[in-house]
Design a protein around this ligand. Structure first.
Ligand code: SF4
Length: 331
């Protein structure tokens, strides 16, 4: 059976040519339908994580490589297959306010996808679907339906966004910084809701974040991106507890663990102005261990069954093919 999702050597280059920006560089990974998982894609601004989300949603096309959904290139989906893809790959974005129209009640927001994708055959069934989805995300339908956006908290709105996605019975949910604009006190509840979706509804979640602390709490596996390339990947326990790549070490060292409200990347991780070596390690200009050999691009070296790093410090370890990245991502 074809994997649910397959990124095959995907690159996205903006303005190809002299002033090109490589937003995503030769990324390969797969998600299996029978093994729903939470995969974190972590990185600073400019790491390529949002480009990955836009590619997966089909909002932009890859410059090189292919993105396959159930074995079919998403750029070639047409008709019913395209509708199914739109329904089964859902997203929740950072801003819980953006999708709400202040003139409509919550009901309207939930009815739109139900009608568009013909999810219910009558109003009664539509109401049941809404009730079920709201309950699944920890909301009381009677308290929520009929309300206007200004009558709801940020946390409630973000849960409604998740409920809206859940109504479609997605196979994949892209959660792009879903808690970064939500009160700290409500973040844990929303993250728990994502875990419920994975465990009880079999949804694979791609959790995009710059926040390693939340990633650690909810994800099974993690890919750390820097300037469009995977620096380190593996199980969250392995990568966050024992980071091996100098970049991941820098990120983890910057986490003030007792204070979950401080986001890593806020202070000492401003991208350097140093020149980037086009064919070398992308982290070269910031790396305290940089060596001559780093002027050529390192491959992925396998450190543990569930840990790989793109760094010459580990050149004695077996090299992992780019296409085999998923083999180190536990589900
Ligand atoms: Fe540093 Fe070299 Fe490793 Fe890159 S390959 S992270 S420059 S030691």
């Amino acid at each position: 059976m074809a994997p649910l999702l397959e990124f095959k050597n995907v690159s996205k280059i903006y303005n190809p040519g002299k002033d090109e920006t490589v937003a995503l560089d030769n990324l390969s990974f797969t998600l299996k339908e029978e093994e729903p998982t939470i995969l974190t894609v972590a990185g600073e601004s400019g790491s390529g994580k949002t480009t990955l989300a836009m590619l997966l949603l089909g909002f932009i096309s890859a410059t090189h490589g292919q993105i396959l959904y159930k074995g079919k290139d998403i750029d070639n989906l047409r008709g019913k297959e395209k509708v199914a893809f739109r329904k089964e790959v859902q997203a929740v974005f950072q801003d819980p306010f953006a999708v709400f129209n202040p003139f409509y009640t919550v009901d309207h927001l939930l009815e739109v996808p139900i009608n568009r994708f013909k999810i219910a055959s009558n109003k009664h069934e539509a109401r049941e679907k809404m009730n079920e989805a709201l309950t699944a995300v920890g909301l009381q339908p009677d308290e929520i339906l009929g309300r206007y956006p200004h009558q709801l908290s940020g946390g409630q709105r973000q849960r409604i966004n998740i409920a809206r996605a859940l109504i479609m019975r997605p196979k994949i949910l892209i959660a792009d910084e879903p808690v970064s604009m939500v009160d700290a006190s409500l973040r844990a509840n929303i993250l728990e809701t994502l875990q419920v979706l994975q465990k009880d509804y079999g949804v694979s979640i791609i959790y995009i974040t710059h926040d390693l602390t939340t990633a650690f709490h909810i994800a099974d596996s993690i890919m750390v991106l820097y300037r469009g390339s995977v620096m380190e990947a593996g199980g969250v326990d392995e990568v966050i507890k024992t980071p091996q790549h100098p970049y991941t070490q820098l990120l983890v060292d910057s986490i003030p663990w007792p204070d979950l409200n401080r986001r890593w990347g806020q202070t000492d991780l401003v991208p350097s102005e140093d020149s980037v070596i086009g064919t070398g390690c992308k982290f070269y200009s910031r790396c305290p261990h940089a060596m001559d050999v780093c002027k050529s691009r390192p491959g992925l070296f396998q450190l543990e069954p569930y840990q790989t790093a793109s760094c010459y410090l580990y050149k004695d370890k077996p090299e992992l093919k780019t296409e085999a990245l998923s083999s180190v991502l536990p589900v």
